[in-house]
Ligand binder design. Structure first.
Ligand code: NAP
Length: 243
């Protein structure tokens, strides 16, 4: 039985993805900065699916711990999924460097730090899967997602580069770009229902994409076309728009 490492397992999306892989008989390693909060999810997964499910402490911002964290996992995961991320209020972040720095360092630097470790392991054994949850917000820079969007753009570019680096090593990297998802992150934002997915819907799409070895998936699929339109708006026009 293969094992999946879920980084950011207290997130609504993380829980849904962990449950989806568990339902497909993968053993699960749940990792989060507050592991005590994972006890209920851990027993739920064990009872419902009968797979092994362990809990691990992981903080994306503690880069110096990432190598020893990954080293401590037994067994090493066959699939590593990076889900953690933060989206602070953009005006607050613009006015407070500490918030900007935390957002960039969580969404980009922390993800690169741990995924470099995972990728080196997979390259050494010539086998493995990495999945990164980025965002459609990274597809084009705009005022309302200034820092969050640029951190996700950097993460998407990293995942594309990692996919290219790992391809010849039999290691697959999949980029996931969700549009809107109903989670704790978006609970105070009114979301348009037809454009929004539930974490469970997202988890199904991620699992299907993983099985088919997709490179980049949009959740839901039509976000690909929405972002294609947005990316093709000429800059002289785009800069005047309020998006
Ligand atoms: N919701 C959406 O509409 C949407 C759209 C596109 C992309 N996404 C992306 O989807 C991913 C999951 O987000 P979500 O919507 O499920 O939101 P969420 O429920 O707020 O989850 C965010 C997760 O990130 C974790 N986290 C934050 N800082 C961390 C750190 N330093 N170390 C380890 N974990 C840390 C949080 O852990 P704690 O429980 O400890 O706070 C939490 O588990 C994020 O990368 C987000 O950017 C979401």
């Amino acid at each position: 039985m293969e094992t999946v490492l879920v980084l950011g397992a207290t997130s609504d999306i993380g829980i849904a993805i962990a449950k989806k892989f568990a339902s497909k008989k993968y053993n699960i390693q749940l990792a989060a900065r507050k592991p005590a909060q994972l006890e209920a999810v851990q027993s739920d997964i064990k009872i419902r699916t009968g797979v092994y499910c362990t809990v691990h402490e992981f903080d994306a911002l503690q880069y110096h711990t990432h190598a020893s964290f990954f080293e401590s996992l037994n067994p090493k995961p066959d699939v590593t999924i990076s889900i953690f991320g933060i989206m602070d209020d953009e005006e607050d972040a613009f006015n407070d460097w500490a918030l900007t720095e935390r957002m960039i360092n969580t969404n980009y630097t922390g993800a690169v730090s741990i995924l470099n470790v995972a990728a080196k392991h997979y390259i050494s054994i010539k086998k493995g899967d990495i999945i990164g949850i980025s965002s459609v917000a990274g597809d084009r820079g705009r005022a309302s997602k200034l820092i969050y969007g640029s951190s996700k753009a950097a993460f998407s570019a990293y995942l594309a580069g990692l996919r290219n680096k790992c391809f010849k090593e039999n290691v697959h990297v999949m980029t996931v770009k969700p549009g809107f998802v109903y989670t704790r992150m978006t609970e105070n934002i009114p979301l348009p229902k037809p454009l929004t997915s539930t974490p469970a819907e997202l988890a199904d799409i991620v699992y299907n994409g993983f099985e088919k070895k997709k490179n980049v998936i949009y959740v839901k699929w039509f976000w690909h076309y929405i972002m294609l339109i947005i990316k093709n708006i000429p800059e002289f026009q785009f800069k005047k728009m309020k998006l």
